[in-house]
Design a binder for this molecule. Structure first.
Ligand code: SF4
Length: 738
């Protein structure tokens, strides 16, 4: 029997452990997908502490995408109107290095940008930071995590003095009350939600509160579902705070000893009396009071959130307003309690640790901090002053930079901005203006490949060894179990090779990813995310939750119930956490007579992001052949929309056709569309054709969750043109034929 290779699911931030075996095993029939292609066998890893052998449909089928539509060779073209031609790695890398040199001398270092991904392994992230922020001296590295959880990062940083989710998954089974806001965990983080739901079912005293404008699968399991009006999250949280203050349901000792800013916060709360809050949120007063009572009466409240709070023009304020409730009740730093952000991508956490956003440096450092810059410069053997003190361009700022001609070279890796960015037609027009775009990915075609001058084939999950960190800070070694197709290479090796060609031989002498990891974890020593005691040797024996400093007892490595701030000291200057005193501002684009509906966007259980993998797995595409829109029966009746009818949605930026699902799961006045469909998979059904780029001033995370739209029924039959492209219809270019 072949020993299975242990790895991590490459989809969501739950981070389920997987075991993978080859399609052909002695004495067993060859394992095949629906089309009869031999496929690697994937099952849950029972030893993995985060998932204990469980896996959802995405994890279970991931191997079925490995050999579909792969990009195998470097390709180039001079203009976007030409076809790609296959080239050698030398030719492609020389062209990139020469272009970087010439752009740097003509336009300066800040005209070069890289846009990376939470799909990177930590080693990829780390080398990209070293190349961009260190060697090239520009902080213009941002990742798609900017669209996903940068408000959580900013919220933690401002409230606690450091990034880092303080909780662990064991808290799911030790809490008195789980307060889920802005997260459809049942569909987007299913294995975490299953753990919580089982515990909730067995312990009827445990309360589950879900705050969401839609009656999602998550909301259906709740004791209390608060279907608030979109954009009123802060009103609700301050309304709860107001009642806690009125009832004196406070942890006064904790507030006194461990926090700052409570008096300012209480002043703000005066403006949020329950009657007003219930009206604004469009919920009943008794529902609001019940939610507040759950916070007041339970010692251990665990709050969880994801995109519903983060993807907002007041995302950081929302996160901090939620953290305020933990600070006022002392519900933090103990089992079953605390604020717990659920990360969207498999290694968004590793990206944060490695400094993979435009304002960060490795080891939870920031580019603005002179001491942090000096520490990293020394570690990278670069001269003092090499790292710029100004944060680089964030994801949307890169689009603005392309529009303005400020960005001359854009390097996109492992992400698909031509679908995932807001205001997608504007995004695509900006991408089209890019003088030089490198696109590094495992798959072809993708929507973003249309805008590239150079395509670089990347090895993906299972084809390279590296580490990933999940939402509960557990680091897993993801071991290689198969060779990459064609000439595809690991992302970090590509970045390092370009670095060497630019003259930084000393900085990029790595024999393998273990050497990269050693250098990276040394930079985390004595930081909140201390991983200096984690080695590949240790990870080969077991996964490890950080903090795990150098010299820590090896038995400690097997503990997965570590929490941050158990000593109630926070990494701020005075050791105290900070209350946040801000008023609610509401939606950046509120509905009006011309655009009377609020459109919310989200995900479905089976699909992942822009379908780069899941769109190529027939089992999954069969479940969701069309993009759809949810509409309440009252609105449908008014507009003469029937269930199954195609409708046109228009915002101030664009339009899209969707098939109506008439359902009471959505509130009147609100609509919902999934965000997974780009132009590769359906005709004119992109959620982001409608969304706007207004972003949180602190986190720079755009408000992808809500915009104002109008709706009209479509005449005639559009079914045929709308039919989803099947995987066989997607014909990869000749040289990449899978
Ligand atoms: S819950 Fe997330 S990490 Fe776990 S198997 Fe599903 S997609 Fe993968």
């Amino acid at each position: 029997m072949t020993t299975p290779t242990k790895t991590l699911c490459p989809y969501c931030g739950v981070g389920c452990g997987l075991e993978v075996q080859p399609p052909a095993l002695p004495g067993k029939a060859t394992y095949r997908d629906d089309a009869g292609t031999p496929t690697w066998r994937v099952r849950g890893d029972r030893q993995h502490p985060s998932s204990r052998g469980r896996v959802c449909v995405k994890g279970a089928t991931v191997a079925e995408s490995l050999d579909k539509s792969r990009l195998k060779y470097p390709m180039m073209r001079d203009t976007l109107d030409e076809p790609f031609r296959q080239v050698s790695w030398d030719e492609a890398l020389d062209r990139i290095a020469n272009r970087i040199r010439s752009i740097r001398s003509a336009y300066g270092r800040h005209s070069i940008c890289m846009y990376g991904s939470g799909q990177f392994q930590t080693e990829d992230y780390y080398i990209a930071q070293k190349l961009m922020k260190g060697c090239l001296g520009t902080n213009n590295f941002d990742a798609n995590s900017r669209l996903c959880m940068s408000s959580a990062v900013a919220g933690y940083l401002q409230s606690f003095g450091s990034d880092g989710p303080p909780c662990c998954y064991d808290d799911l089974e030790q809490t008195d009350c789980a307060f889920l806001i802005g997260t459809n965990a049942a569909e987007c983080h299913p294995i975490v939600f299953n753990r919580l739901r089982e515990y909730h079912k067995k312990n009827r005293k445990v309360k589950l509160v879900v705050v969401d404008p839609r009656e999602t699968s998550t909301a259906k399991a709740a004791d209390l579902h608060l279907a608030i009006r979109p954009g009123t999250d802060i009103d609700l949280l301050h309304g709860i705070g107001h009642l806690l203050l009125r009832w004196q349901a406070l942890d006064s000792l904790f507030i006194e000893d461990c926090t700052r800013g409570f008096p300012e916060y209480t002043q703000i709360l005066e403006s949020y009396p329950p009657e007003l809050v219930a009206r604004r949120c469009d919920i009943r007063l008794d529902e609001l009071e019940l939610a507040a009572r759950y916070w007041a009466e339970n010692e251990r409240v665990l709050s969880m959130w994801s995109m519903g709070l983060n993807q907002s023009s007041e995302g950081t304020a929302k996160v901090r307003s939620l953290i305020n409730l933990h600070l006022m009740t002392g519900s933090i730093g103990k089992p079953g309690a605390g604020p717990f952000s659920l990360t969207g991508q498999p290694n968004a956490m590793g990206g944060r640790e490695a400094g993979g956003l435009a304002h960060l440096l490795p080891g939870y450092r920031t580019v603005k901090n002179p001491q942090h810059r000096a520490e990293v410069e020394r570690h990278w053997q670069l001269p003092p002053g090499q790292i710029d003190a100004i944060p680089g361009l964030t994801a949307w700022d890169m689009i603005l930079g392309l529009e303005a001609g400020q960005v001359q070279l854009l390097w996109v890796a492992a992400t698909n901005p031509a679908v995932s960015m807001p205001d997608i037609e504007r995004t695509k027009a900006a991408l089209r203006r890019s003088p030089f775009t490198v696109y590094q990915d495992a798959y072809y075609p993708t929507e973003t490949a249309d805008y590239a001058h150079v395509l670089l084939p990347a090895a993906q999950w299972g084809e390279k060894t590296g580490t990933m960190t999940n939402s509960e800070r557990v680091v897993t070694l993801c071991s290689k179990f198969r060779d990459a197709p064609g000439e595809a290479r690991p992302d970090w090796e590509i970045f390092a090779e370009v670095g060497r060609r630019l003259g930084f031989e000393t900085q990029f002498q790595f024999s393998d990813s273990a050497a990269v990891h050693r250098e990276f974890v040394a930079l985390t020593k004595s930081r909140t995310c201390d991983m200096s005691g984690i080695t590949y040797d240790l990870l080969q024996k077991q996964t490890v939750q950080w903090p795990h400093p150098e010299g820590a007892d090896e038995a400690e490595a097997g503990c997965y119930d570590k929490r941050l701030y158990e000593d109630l000291r926070f990494p701020t200057e005075d050791g105290r956490a900070r209350f946040c005193a801000v008023h609610s501002r509401g939606l950046a684009e509120a509905p009006d007579p011309d655009y009377p509906f609020v459109l919310t966007t989200g995900r479905v259980y089976e699909h992942w992001h822009t379908q780069t993998r899941t769109g190529r797995i027939p089992k999954i595409t069969k479940k969701h052949p069309h993009p759809f829109i949810e509409i309440h029966p009252r609105d449908a009746k008014k507009l003469e929309v029937l269930d199954g009818m195609w409708v046109m949605i228009r915002s101030r930026r664009g339009e899209g056709k969707f098939k109506a699902q008439v359902t009471k799961a959505i509130a009147p006045g609100t609509l919902f569309v999934p965000m997974h469909w780009g132009f590769l998979w359906a005709d004119n059904s992109q959620a982001n054709a409608l969304t706007h780029p207004e972003a949180c001033p602190d986190s720079r995370q755009p408000e992808l969750k809500a915009c104002a739209v109008q709706l009209s029924p479509l005449d005639g039959e559009v079914e045929a043109s709308q039919a989803q492209a099947s995987t066989s219809e997607l014909s990869p270019i000749g040289a990449t034929e899978g």
